[in-house]
Every structure is written in C-alpha cells, then in structure tokens.
Design a protein around this ligand. Structure first.
Ligand code: PGA
Length: 241
C-alpha cells in the first residue's frame, strides 16, 4: 500500500483522474470499478473534460459500480445510478451495454448479487478500482462488523453511514437503511486500487486504515494487504498520519 499526500481536493481529483486516464489509454479493454459519493466528483469532472478534449476514449471501457441503495429506482435523484449518469455516463462515451451497477430494485436481490459477481468475472476482473472511505472506515458499503462478506451482498447500513449520507436527502428518515454492495473479494481482487480521502472528517478513518491493525472493524484496513493499492489523501485527511 502506498500513500500519496496532496495539497488539496483539486490536486486529489487531478491525480485520481490521471491514474484512471493512464489505465484507459494503456489497456485495450479497461475494466474500471467506480465509486460514488462527493469525493470522486472532481475526478469525474476531469475525466469528462479529457473525453471532450479528445484525450480519452471510453468506447472500449467496461465499468462496475461498487454499490447502490436498496429500494431506490435508477431515476431517484439520490440513487447511485442517477449520480453516475449525471456526473459521468451521460457525458462520456462508455457504451451503455458496458455499464454495470448493482440493481436497487430487483425482485430477487440475492440472485442479482450472484449475477453481478459473475459478470465481473466474465469481464476478466477489475483492472482499476476507485474507492472512497466512510467516516467509519467502510469501503463500498462494507460496514465495520465482526466479519466481512466476500461476494456482492445485501447490507444493513450503520447509523454513522446513514447520518453521513443524510446530507444528500431532505431528512435522515429518507436515507435507505439497506444497500447492495460489492464484497471484499470483488474489491481486493482488483489489479490496482485507488482510494481517495479528502477533508478532516476522514482523518481518523485514514489513520485507522493505514496505521492501525487489520480488522473487520475497519474494512479499509484490509487494503494494507493489497499489493497495488494507493491512497490519495489531502492534507486535511492526512492530519493524523
Ligand atoms: P464521500 O463518501 O465521498 O461522500 O465522503 C465516501 C464513502 O462513504 O465511501
């Protein structure tokens, strides 16, 4: 695991976008693992600019998103489907058939989880996985627990996560309590992982993830075991390192 400390959010977004761009340019059929949340917004913005300027071509790219709220339809403004199309997919040329997100509405979510993992393997696995980190050290929606699940699965969100995400909803009661997330195996099997952390509210999680012991109570701490993981961290999030 490597840690790159950058000055601020702008620089973090630039470094992250350049890492994704490198993967897309060098790989004939890149498979990207994508994340939502406020942290990667700047990265998506830059990738869209690069695509518009003709620097990047996503026509051979395949994508798999980390997670989705259970019970939200793709056109719900707080669904991760909506986020991804608004910030990225509507603005670049990833072929629609190459875009994958866990379904928020499915009559058989457990079957949908198994199918999602199968599609990732059929695509040959993820070349580059982008991650944010929760204030409680979660990655995707793999929440702190006394055990972690390996495959894509359904999850009950922790109160801390519901509270952190309530800023996007009109009231905390509207935040879905359940989600579907890629599991730890899906994440850890990515060839390269880029975790982004910005702001002082991420400082404690960053310290625990990078300097603490590897624990299911801090899911991001497992990235210490990955041979090609890089944490891009701004000064505020790196304050306790
Ligand atoms: P954020 O979310 O980027 O909105 O802080 C990160 C996460 O919860 O994984």
């Amino acid at each position: 695991m490597k840690i790159q400390i950058v000055n601020d959010y702008q620089q973090l977004s630039e470094v992250a976008a350049n890492l994704v761009a490198g993967q897309v340019i060098l790989n004939n059929n890149p498979v990207l693992g994508l994340a939502t949340g406020s942290t990667p917004e700047g990265m998506y913005h830059r990738l869209v600019q690069m695509c518009r300027n003709g620097v990047l071509d996503f026509s051979n790219t395949t994508t798999f998103n980390l997670d989705e709220y259970l019970g939200l339809s793709p056109d719900h403004p707080q669904s991760y489907h909506f986020y991804m199309y608004r910030h990225f997919f509507h603005l670049v040329n990833v072929p629609p058939q190459n875009i994958h997100l866990p379904p928020g509405l499915d009559s058989d979510p457990s079957q949908a989880c198994r199918l999602y993992d199968r599609k990732i393997s059929e695509a040959g696995g993820i070349n580059l996985q982008i991650l944010g980190i929760g204030v409680n050290g979660h990655i995707g929606f793999n929440e702190p627990h006394n055990y972690l699940k390996t495959g894509t699965h359904l999850v009950e969100l922790e109160e801390e996560t519901v509270e952190a995400n309530s800023r996007f909803f009109d009231s905390p009661e509207e935040v879905p309590r359940r989600a579907i997330t890629m599991g730890m195996r899906g994440i850890m099997q990515a060839e390269k992982i880029v975790l982004l952390a910005s702001g002082e509210n991420k400082a404690r999680a960053m310290k625990e993830a990078t300097c603490g012991k590897i624990s299911t109570r801090v899911p991001a701490s497992f990235l210490q075991l990955h041979r090609n993981a890089i944490f891009i961290v701004d000064r505020e999030a790196a304050a306790l390192l």
